[in-house]
Design a protein around this ligand. Structure first.
Ligand code: MLT
Length: 260
């Protein structure tokens, strides 16, 4: 798994902040957040297999969590605070379920804990077919219009364009593999009540894919979780409102490591 690493000027031996990308994207969706958080925290942005700079390999959500743990161990980056955007949140929860002692804190960003229902699973199969027929371009045409808040498209076309390019760079085979992995992922709602580390739940107020009500419910299920609803952001709050997302992650880091 390839990994972008942004080091602060000092104290790089501290608990790192690991930012997991969503689908179909790579670590670049966290560029603006990492530019802020790396002022204080060693900030790592792994690319899952086949995404960004990582070579392709088959995976499930659980094997992504195991591989991530291995990568972080190799980088001497455990325990870590792990923030997962949407699909990255599924992996962050799998890490909390499978390797709880390796986590110092957790952030679920525009994500959810429940598995796909039958309709959701059918949509994944359609996505796999779409990627096979039309490649990443067809998938991007289908997905891109729902990712951001309406005003982001009209007032910040640069952001919409950046996101489109990141999505277009994801190979069709990776889109198919990730769709299957998400279709088959376990339900992780029961885990929420067992989490006993600092947690941040972050969501765009205008997120059309994982609406704020989903995040509110998750936050209620996790003891002591801090919910941040980011104004004027859709499903991609880290790229739409990086300052607000970085601030929420900063508060989580302070809770997790008790310094600043
Ligand atoms: C994502 O942004 O990672 C996706 O919306 C996750 C999903 O399709 O379930």
């Amino acid at each position: 798994m390839a990994c972008l690493i942004d080091q602060p000027a000092a104290r790089s031996d501290d608990v790192p902040l690991v930012l997991l990308h969503g689908f179909p994207m790579d670590g670049r969706v966290w560029d603006d957040v990492a530019a802020i958080t790396s002022g204080h925290w060693r900030t790592l942005r792994p690319d899952f297999p086949g995404f960004g700079k990582s070579p392709a390999a088959p995976f499930t959500i659980d094997t992504l969590a195991d591989d991530l743990r291995e990568l972080l161990a190799r980088l001497d980056a455990l325990p870590a605070v792990v923030a997962g955007l949407s699909m990255g949140g599924y992996v962050a929860l799998a890490l909390a379920r499978r390797h709880p002692r390796d986590l110092a804190g957790l952030a679920l960003v525009d994500s959810r804990a429940n598995a796909d229902d039958a309709t959701g699973q059918r949509k994944r199969d359609q996505m796999i077919k779409l990627a096979g027929r039309g490649g990443a371009a067809a998938v991007v045409e289908h997905m891109h219009p729902n990712m951001l808040a309406e005003a982001t498209y009209s007032e910040r076309p640069d952001i919409a364009l950046r996101l489109r390019q990141i999505m277009l760079d994801t190979p069709a085979e990776t889109i198919a593999l990730a769709s299957a992995a998400m279709r088959d992922r376990p339900d992780q709602q029961e885990l929420l009540g067992q989490i006993d580390i600092p947690v941040a739940v972050i969501v765009g107020a205008l997120d059309a894919i994982t609406p704020p009500s989903v995040s509110e419910q998750m936050a209620q299920s996790i003891r002591g979780a801090e919910l941040s609803v980011i104004p004027d952001a859709g499903h991609l709050s880290p790229i739409e409102r990086p300052r607000e997302v970085a601030a929420a992650l900063d508060r989580l880091m302070v809770r997790a490591v008790g310094r600043r």
